[in-house]
Unconditional design. Structure first.
Lengths: 129, 129
């Protein structure tokens, strides 16, 4: 078994592809349009082959741009070399840093930050070990 | 940058660890207890090192067992060799198959199924390519 992907619904596919590629450095791996059921999905990730590494699936249901984030789903986490520098880069690229880089409460040796994607999903930046 | 993990909140940590390890074959990689902020997190995945491959982070906030799944988050997808056989195994281990194995609508060469975790999260089973 392999952890293939995580699917999240998005309000505007172009906007989300732009965010995950430009701000978070993912590659657009595949786009699948389903005319019959009126949705378009995009796969993005850090590898070249979405069948080898866990990737992100963005689903855009045509014409639908309002979803409830709920309280159950937490976040996607992206590991970076330097969380402070990554936050500066995210801000410079127009991303929204909602919790600035700094030590995790109760675990001061872990440096984290949170940013928000265009749909309101939380994304944690953590230090790559 | 690396896709580090996906965090979901769970109602009962032991129950969820049992599900993801026994039913979905993940390994329990790490457990972190935070007494000060009263939560316990567990990392599970298919690799041995959670700092190398994307893993799942389960967060249990002590005493909290009610969350809203919402409509935005879609699912986690697990790739398997044979979706039909995987569904039989999931059922035999007490898992809940909510959409039996079969062709994807509008894309009949893709065989998928959906199961539900103990918290209500949707998990898609897809064929490993």
């Amino acid at each position: 078994m392999r952890f293939a992907h995580v699917m999240i619904r998005v309000n505007n596919l172009d906007e989300s592809i732009e965010f995950y590629s430009t701000v978070l450095g993912m590659k657009l791996q595949d786009v699948v349009v389903n005319d019959e059921y009126q949705y378009t999905i995009a796969f993005l990730g850090y590898g070249d082959d979405r069948h080898k590494e866990t990737c992100l699936e963005l689903t855009y249901n045509w014409g639908k741009s309002s979803y409830e984030i709920g309280t159950a789903f937490g976040h996607l986490a992206i590991a970076v070399v330097d969380v402070y520098k990554a936050c500066e880069e995210v801000s410079a690229k127009g991303g929204s840093v909602t919790r600035p880089a700094g030590p995790l409460k109760g675990k001061p040796d872990s440096i984290i930050a949170f940013i928000k994607d265009p749909n309101g999903y939380q994304i944690e930046l953590v230090t790559q070990k």
